[in-house]
Design a binder for this molecule. Structure first.
Ligand code: NDP
Length: 478
């Protein structure tokens, strides 16, 4: 109830923003989603990303295809005049209709599973929350319903993959690797199509006009999105579908295809490839096991759907989150037992911190502090915040458990896991380490963005919290 007042105030601000007017009232709107006004730095970053992100993806994949995953070699050859951009481009496999057919079947199958197969797994898997679930309240005050069936889709897709590899042999398990670059063109087509559709839809027929944000800058609107939760019909939710299905379900299948390729090329699978598959598989399964919780994260609660999510889920995520497996196809690294054990331990400890931290906050917020954290009642700071209409509301910020050690230890755990994937590839090349660099930028930026929002929301109470828990990610350091 207290939120509905805040949402109503934000809704009124959204209407002003949608009309392109700026208003004093919009001062507090930083609490929701992306910016209302675009400064020159944001605008140049947006244009830079729109222009260069597709080439970053192409560069890494091409470096593996043409230069055995060396990131520096293409640059050296270009510098020394031994090759040209045109010849690199012309050597890259182009779009093929067979890849388009594979991609169309894949996406259609995921749409079918998402839309036509309601979740039944929650009925027989103890502890799993699936089926129809409520999302968080949107700025306009809506609570969307979601069909949470990601775990079921993942299980069906992987069971079919296994059945094909073992019994049916309809296609080779190396099919993804074998069509990797042609599939990338198809993924780009979908990524741009869905982002352009979402952009146009926001102007012509938005799902909820009051949840739209317009900045007046077309590039920023296109990239960061206008609609909050665009949908087709009642159930096809763009955010949940594109992040989870062409993005995260694909992640483990891509890794399995890399594993099959190693087997085909070298007659065995290396322990590093197994480690990457296991650790990333754990992360993916965790995501689907907790898909209902994901509805309450920043992605769903604050981000709008634009190119950043649409193209990112179709291209950036499947192509760059899987670089380790791709690298290991070209460089089949066999780790020593000590190295493998160290990587496994780092990955598992990181996962434990990531999961437990998220779980502690979820439990604390659900029970309003009436729970046990590390064997005792949690400590917290009572805080208050004002909604746009001046109404006073209360909330709690936990200061015990992992949330008393640092303010975002869930990100720290995530980063430890990310580093483990990279370290599984040994130290021969920097390409597999792109992931940890990217995740560090992503999560530090997210942390700063989130804390800026919390600080404007809670004011002096946030200051009291940061005095008690002074570090963001690493106790005693940052
Ligand atoms: P969090 O789950 O950390 O949520 C942040 C919010 O929690 C704050 O805005 C605040 O919201 C509330 N909060 C902050 N401090 C406290 C406290 N001490 N006690 C209680 N509540 C508090 O953020 P995300 O949604 O970004 O992250 C979810 C997970 O997803 C993370 O583990 C992250 O690592 C992962 N992730 C992974 C990505 C990937 O690509 N692999 C990308 C992004 C995220 P309020 O306003 O309610 O107070």
């Amino acid at each position: 109830m207290k939120n509905s007042v805040a949402m109503e105030a934000t809704r009124r601000r959204a209407q002003h923003g949608a009309n392109g007017k700026s208003s004093e009232e919009e001062g507090q709107s930083a609490q929701w989603g992306r910016a209302w006004e675009v400064d020159w730095f944001s605008l140049s970053s947006v244009i830079g990303l729109l222009c260069f992100a597709p080439f970053i993806v192409f560069y890494f994949v091409m470096a593996c295809d043409q230069y055995q995953c060396s990131v520096s070699q293409p640059l050296i050859e270009l510098y020394q005049g031994e090759t040209t951009l045109l010849s690199i481009w012309s050597r890259a496999p182009s779009f093929t209709w067979s890849a388009a057919k594979i991609y169309a079947i894949w996406v259609s199958f995921q749409v079918f599973l998402y839309m036509c197969v309601p979740d039944i797994t929650h009925k027989f898997i103890p502890g799993y929350v699936g089926g129809v679930q409520d999302g968080a309240r949107t700025p306009a005050g809506l609570i969307n319903k979601y069909e949470v069936n990601g775990l079921q889709c993942w299980l069906i897709t992987h069971a079919l993959w296994y059945a094909n590899a073992q019994y049916f042999h309809w296609f080779s398990p190396t099919i993804i690797f074998d069509n990797w670059i042609p599939l990338m063109w198809c993924a780009n087509i979908l990524g741009y199509a869905v982002s352009t559709y979402a952009f146009t839809k926001a102007y012509l027929f938005p799902t909820c006009a009051e949840d739209c944000k317009f900045t007046g800058n077309v590039f920023y609107n296109y990239m960061m999105g206008i609609e909050f939760n665009p949908r087709v019909g009642k159930w096809f939710d763009f955010k949940l579908f594109f992040n989870g299905r062409p993005g995260i379900v694909a992640w483990t299948l891509i890794n399995l295809s890399y594993m099959a390729k190693q087997q085909e090329l070298y007659g065995h699978v290396t322990n590093s490839m197994i480690l990457v598959n296991v650790l990333q598989g754990l992360y993916v399964l965790d995501f689907f096991w907790n898909e209902a919780w994901y509805l309450k994260t920043i992605d769903i609660c604050h981000d709008h759907f634009g190119w950043y999510l649409g193209w990112g889920d179709c291209v950036w995520l499947p192509y760059l989150y899987t670089l380790q497996g791709l690298y290991l196809v070209y460089h089949p690294v066999e780790l020593s037992s000590v190295h493998a054990l160290a990587v496994l331990s780092l990955g598992l400890v990181g996962y434990y911190i990531f999961r437990s931290t998220n779980h502690q906050k979820d439990l604390f917020r659900r029970t309003e502090g009436s729970c046990s954290i590390w064997g005792s009642k949690p400590t917290y700071i009572e805080c208050s915040y004002h909604s746009g209409d001046g109404g006073l509301h209360r909330s709690k910020l936990m200061t015990s458990g992992f949330w008393g050690v640092a303010r975002h230890l869930n990100y720290t755990g995530d980063l430890m896991g990310s580093l483990a994937y990279c370290a599984a590839c040994g130290f021969g090349h920097i390409l597999p380490y792109f992931y940890i660099v990217y995740m560090t930028i992503l999560l530090v930026h997210r942390c700063v963005r989130d804390e800026h929002r919390c600080s404007s929301k809670y004011g002096k109470d946030w200051k009291r919290y940061t005095d008690v828990v002074p570090r963001r990610l690493i106790p005693g350091v940052f």
